[in-house]
Ligand binder design. Structure first.
Ligand code: PLP
Length: 366
């Protein structure tokens, strides 16, 4: 039975993250129509703030898709690939695999660039497979399933001269880690509202380069995913004509959360997550937790992947924590029972909730 008693719940998962108080307040605003001039004004502000968050040029197209991060992923492949196109997918975890599966469903010929679990993609392996036949390179910036940060700037440098588009999954990075869409040369980026921005789930903020729009305009066939056709997006976000009913209340909350992030400052947020990560790692070390990702430069600061102590009762401890209103997440697939993934995105990266975790762990394990 669902019990409405979780106002004080301590959510330390790799998403969703605790909702930002300003986003929570914005959710209860009275409803406006999705075609209301004030909603279009709000959307314009969101688009402008997203340009800042993604580090795009001043004219880049940004928007919110009405769906979660996976819709952001799907929209990129649906609009920017056609059946038979060759795509290089960097797959060193579950979300890279998801990219490969989606691209294949849209008829792309997928080639994988892999790395062992817990290691970052080696740009030399991308270079080895890159040719003028490749229409797109796709990479997950922060691989949530293993806590690995992939070297997007280095991969982007290779892709830039190749004629391929570069799609980057910024789900665990945008808004909390350095991200320079224009400076790096990224063509399509997406995230999920519920991750680094601590807005409610249900929106996928995307940024699309001019180069991507040029490729889109040259399609021989219509985009097979009607809901997120780039033309449909422009109808609503640029021309203010009806496409579908956007979730207006989620837009209110997202606007508030993104504003709060930019007011805090992107660099200050990057510092916050790094400092929190270091302290948590040091505090948990005496209990037997150690970093899962071997090379320090490959560690994703926003999702702390920690190897569990010998003989640790993963499921039992997490269940006991849940009984105390604290949620932490274990591994995914091959890392289940091997690691914990502690979320440090958005409002999770604060001392208060982690103090509660430390006290509870001391009590349970000490
Ligand atoms: N990509 C990455 C790196 C993720 O971590 C996630 C979700 O955790 C997704 C994509 C999918 O996002 P969603 O669950 O919002 O659809």
């Amino acid at each position: 039975m669902f019990e409405d008693t979780h106002d004080e719940h301590v959510l330390l998962t790799p998403g969703p993250t605790p909702i930002h108080p300003r986003a929570q307040r914005a959710l209860i605003r009275g409803m406006l129509g999705h075609m209301d001039p004030e909603v279009f004004a709000l959307n314009r502000e969101i688009q402008q703030d997203l340009r800042v968050m993604y580090g795009t040029g001043p004219e880049a197209f940004t928007a919110l898709l009405s769906g979660t991060g996976s819709l952001g992923m799907e929209a990129g492949f649906a609009n920017l690939l056609e059946a038979g196109d060759e795509v290089l997918v960097c797959a060193n975890g579950s979300f890279g695999q998801r990219m490969a599966e989606m691209a294949a469903r849209y008829g792309a010929r997928v080639r994988l660039v892999t790395a062992p679990l817990g290691e970052a993609i080696n740009p030399a392996d991308v270079a080895a497979q890159l040719s003028e036949r490749v229409a797109m390179v796709a990479v997950v910036h922060g691989e949530t399933s293993t806590g690995v940060l992939n070297p997007v700037p280095d991969i982007a440098r290779l892709v830039r001269g190749s004629g391929a588009l570069l799609t980057v999954d910024a789900v665990t990075t945008a808004g909390m880690e350095p991200f320079f869409m224009q400076g790096w040369g990224v063509d399509y980026a997406y995230t999920g509202a519920q991750k680094c921005l601590s807005a409610p789930p249900g929106l996928a903020p995307v940024a699309i380069s001019e180069r991507a729009f040029t490729r889109f305009a040259a399609r021989r066939t219509p985009t097979p995913l009607w809901y997120c056709d780039f033309d449909g997006l422009r109808d609503y976000w640029t021309d203010h004509t009806y496409h579908h009913t956007v979730p207006v209340n989620l837009h209110f909350a997202f606007h508030a959360a993104l504003r709060a992030a930019l007011e805090e400052g992107l660099e200050r947020r990057q510092d916050r997550v790094r400092r929190m990560g270091e302290v948590i790692e040091r505090t948990l070390a005496p209990l037997g937790f150690s970093p899962y990702v071997r090379r320090a430069e490959d560690r994703l600061p926003t999702v702390l992947a920690l190897r569990l102590p010998e003989g640790f009762d993963d499921a039992g401890v997490r269940q006991a924590l849940r009984g105390r209103e604290i949620s932490v997440t274990g591994g995914l697939g091959p890392t289940a029972g091997v690691i914990w993934r502690l979320g440090l995105m958005g409002e999770a990266a604060r001392p208060a909730p982690y103090r509660q975790l430390m006290v509870a762990l001391e009590d349970l394990l000490g």
